[in-house]
Design a protein around this ligand. Structure first.
Ligand SMILES: Nc1ncnc2c1ncn2[C@@H]1O[C@H](COP(=O)(O)OP(=O)(O)OP(=O)(O)O)[C@@H](O)[C@H]1O
Ligand SMILES: [Mg+2]
Length: 422
C-alpha cells in the first residue's frame, strides 16, 4: 500500500514514519499541504496521513481536494490534530476524512488505525473492481442490444425488398400474358383494318360517282339511300377516321411494347427467390434498375449512361440492383430542381468499376465518415431511415468489393463501386 504523509513538523513526520516502518508500506512525504496535494496527484496513494495545521494549505483543504479529485480508487484519510473539540471533529469528517488521531499519539494507536484503513481500502478496491466489471458487462450488453437492433432492422429491410421483388415479379408475370395477346390482337386488327379500309374506299368511290354522275338514273328510294350515306360520311368525318385509325393502332402497339419492356425490367430487377450466386451482367442490372426508378428521376434529372465493355461479376443480381437503386434514389433526392446523374461502367484490370455521380447538394465533410452508418440520415422524419447506404455497404462487402464516396458541397457526389470481375 502507498501512504502519503503530510506533516510540516520534521519530528512529527519522523514519528509517523517510524510508527509505520514495520508494516511494509511505501511512504511518500510532503512538508506542507501544497506539496502534499502535488504528491497526491503524482503518486495517487491508497492512504493519506495528514496534519491539520500546515503552512500553504491545511489538512482540511487537502481533504476536500482529495475527495473532489477524480481518482478512481478510494484513498483513506487520517487527520492528525491537536484539537479535540466536538465542533472541530465535525469539520474533519465534513471535509471527507475517514478518521482522526489526537496528538500526541502512541505508535500502537496509529498502527491500529492504519490497519482499519487498510481493511477499508481493500474493501473499497474490491467494490470498485466489481463495479468496473459490472459497467463493462453493461456496456457490452448495450452494444449487443444496439447490434441486435441494427441487424433486426436490416433483416426487416431485406425481407421487405425480397417480398417487394417477389410481388413485382408476380405482377410482371401476370401482366405479361394479357399484354402479349393485346399485342398480337393489335397486329391482326391492323391487317383486318387495312382490308376493311380498301373495301370502304370502293364503297366511297361508288357513292361519290353515283351522286355526281348517275344520280338522275336512280329511283327515289335509291336516291334517298345515297343521300343518307353521303350525309353520314360528312357527319362522322370519314376521311379523318381513315387517317387516324392506323395512327391509333401504331400508338397502341408502341404502348404494349413499352409495357412489355417495363415488365421485363421488373422481372430482371426483382429476380425472385434468387439466393444462389450467379454471373451478373452489371450493365443490364443498371439498365433495369434505372427503368424501375425512372419515375422518381424523370422530372428533375437528365440521366447520362456511359456503360463500357465489362466482365461479368459473380454474385446476387437482386442485391446488387438494390445497391444501385439506393444510390440512384439518393442521387435523385440530392438534386433540388434540375440536375444530372451520370452512370459510368468500365473495366480496370480484372475489376468492374461503377461510378454514379450527381450534381446534387453534396455531403458536408463532417458527415462523410457517417454515411455508411446505420440510421444516419439528414432527411426529415418519415423521408429517410438512414439504412440505404448501410445496406449498400454490406452488400458490396458481401461481394468482396469496395464502395467509396467523393463529394463537394454544392457541386455533387460520386459513389464508386468496385467489384471483382470474373
Ligand atoms: N448522393 C447524395 N448526395 C447528398 N447526400 C447524400 C447522397 N447519398 C447519401 N447522402 C447522405 O447520406 C445520408 C444517408 O443515406 P442513406 O441512403 O443511408 O439514408 P437516407 O437516404 O437518409 O434514408 P433511406 O433509408 O430512406 O435511404 C442521407 O441522409 C444523406 O444525407
Ligand atoms: Mg437513401
Amino acid at each position: 500500500m502507498k501512504i502519503l504523509i503530510a506533516e510540516d513538523d520534521y519530528v512529527s513526520r519522523l514519528l509517523v514514519k517510524k510508527a509505520i516502518k514495520n508494516i511494509g508500506h511505501d511512504v511518500v512525504e510532503a512538508e506542507n499541504g501544497k506539496i502534499a496535494w502535488e504528491r497526491f496527484l503524482e503518486t495517487l496513494p491508497d492512504m493519506v496521513i495528514s496534519d491539520w495545521m500546515m503552512p500553504e494549505m491545511d489538512g482540511i483543504e487537502l481533504c476536500r481536494r482529495i475527495r473532489a479529485s477524480d481518482k478512481k480508487t478510494y484513498s483513506y484519510i487520517i487527520l492528525l490534530t491537536a484539537k479535540d473539540k466536538m465542533t472541530d471533529l465535525v469539520e474533519v469528517f465534513e471535509a471527507g476524512a475517514d478518521d482522526y488521531i489526537i496528538k500526541p499519539f502512541k505508535p500502537d494507536e496509529l498502527r491500529s488505525r492504519i490497519k482499519t484503513g487498510e481493511r477499508i481500502v481493500t474493501l473499497e478496491s474490491q467494490h470498485h473492481h466489481m463495479q468496473e466489471k459490472l459497467i463493462e458487462k453493461n456496456n457490452s450488453l448495450d452494444q449487443a442490444l444496439a447490434e441486435l437492433k441494427i441487424s433486426q432492422s436490416q433483416i426487416l429491410q431485406s425481407e421487405k425488398m425480397a417480398s417487394i421483388g417477389q410481388l413485382a415479379a408476380g405482377v410482371a408475370h401476370e401482366i405479361n400474358n394479357p399484354i402479349g395477346f393485346v399485342g398480337s390482337n393489335l397486329d391482326a386488327l391492323n391487317d383486318y383494318i387495312q382490308d376493311v379500309d380498301a373495301l370502304l374506299e370502293q364503297y366511297l368511290d361508288l357513292t361519290t360517282s353515283l351522286h355526281e354522275k348517275g344520280f338522275d338514273s336512280l329511283n327515289e328510294e335509291h336516291k334517298k339511300k345515297v343521300k343518307a350515306i353521303l350525309e353520314k360520311q360528312r357527319e362522322v368525318e370519314i376521311d379523318y377516321i381513315r387517317e387516324d385509325i392506323p395512327e391509333l393502332i401504331k400508338d397502341c402497339k408502341e404502348g404494349t411494347s413499352r409495357v412489355g419492356k417495363i415488365v421485363g425490367d421488373l422481372k430482371s430487377f426483382a429476380h425472385p427467390g434468387n439466393d444462389r450466386q450467379t454471373l451478373v451482367d452489371i450493365n443490364k442490372g443498371l439498365e433495369s434498375t434505372l427503368n424501375v426508378v425512372h419515375n422518381e428521376l424523370k422530372y428533375k434529372t437528365t440521366v447520362i449512361k456511359e456503360l463500357g465493355d465489362i466482365p461479368m461479376v459473380e454474385g446476387f443480381p437482386q442485391k446488387l440492383n438494390q445497391v444501385f437503386m439506393n444510390i440512384l434514389v439518393n442521387a435523385g433526392q440530392a438534386i433540388e430542381e434540375k440536375g444530372e446523374i451520370r452512370i459510368q461502367t468500365r473495366a480496370e484490370g480484372k475489376n468492374v468499376v461503377i461510378l454514379i455521380s450527381d450534381t446534387g447538394c453534396g455531403i458536408a465533410p463532417e458527415n462523410l465518415p457517417k454515411i455508411f452508418d446505420p440510421f444516419f440520415t439528414t432527411k426529415e422524419i418519415g423521408k429517410g431511415t438512414g439504412l440505404g447506404m448501410n445496406i449498400a455497404y454490406n452488400i458490396i462487402e458481401e461481394h468482396k468489393g469496395k464502395i467509396t464516396i467523393d463529394s463537394a458541397v454544392g457541386k455533387g457526389t460520386t459513389f464508386t463501386v468496385v467489384l471483382p470481375g470474373k
